[in-house]
Design a protein around this ligand. Structure first.
Ligand code: ADP
Ligand code: MG
Length: 212
């Protein structure tokens, strides 16, 4: 098994030292394949099983590309369920521990709407949420995506299975076209190929069979 150290990547030193303290020694195969491309600003389609470390793959990439001094929504991560969004937000916060004043906000359906408006008024760098609720905030003008640099579709196959295609379209229409788009999925049905073709620019596709 090949073991590639995170230190071989062009990652900010505060992210690298935090990975050390988290006990992340080597990249998982999907991280080793996708992270150099993500850091480089490429659109990436990554296919890997549950537990292969996809969250840190996009999480480290988006944190490395973020400008903390600019307090605007720069990254949006869409997940199929509230549970998954909470897990992703938790992992991003762990990976971001060394970055001061970074704000990660979760916006999911099934939660009261009003407090989310208040949180949006306070601002955030990164938003993690479910498509229906994010669509509603975009549609009603509470969430502005004009300064979005990175859009992540996590578990894209499940989001499409759950019927979120229309919400995704509204959200994508509201995002700048010169963004980076990252698509993570366990499977790669035709529906994913067709959405990727519509919303991504020259995506590089990586695939990992085993989980570790
Ligand atoms: P996936 O989204 O592919 O199902 P996750 O991103 O949830 O997988 O990662 C699974 C687990 O592996 C998480 O607990 C995460 O903290 C851990 N993990 C991810 N990358 C590494 C790494 N390079 N070294 C050690 N643990 C890792
Ligand atoms: Mg995942």
């Amino acid at each position: 098994m090949s073991q590639t150290a995170f230190s071989t990547l062009n990652l900010h030193s505060d992210l690298l030292s935090n990975l050390d303290s988290l006990g992340y020694e080597a990249m998982t195969p999907i991280q080793a394949q996708s992270l150099p491309l993500i850091i480089d600003g490429k659109d990436v389609i990554a296919q890997g099983k549950t537990g292969s470390g996809k969250t840190a793959a996009f999480g480290l990439g988006l944190l490395n590309n973020l400008n903390v001094k600019r307090f605007r929504v720069q990254t949006l991560v869409l997940c199929p369920t509230r549970e998954l969004a909470d897990q992703v937000a938790k992992e991003i916060r762990r990976l971001a521990r060394a970055i001061h004043n970074i704000k990660v906000l979760t916006l999911c359906g099934g939660m009261p709407f009003g407090p989310q408006i208040g949180s949006l008024e306070h601002g955030a760098h990164i938003i993690v949420g479910t498509p229906g609720r994010i669509e509603e905030h975009v549609h009603k003008g509470f969430l502005c995506l004009d300064e979005l640099n990175t859009l992540v579709l996590d578990e894209a196959d499940r989001m499409l299975e759950m019927g979120f295609q229309d919400s995704l379209d509204v959200i994508i229409d509201a995002a700048p076209s010169d963004r980076q788009t990252l698509l993570f999925s366990a499977t790669f049905p035709d529906q994913i190929a067709s959405i990727a073709k519509r919303i991504m620019k020259n995506p590089v596709q990586v695939k990992v069979e085993s989980s570790h």
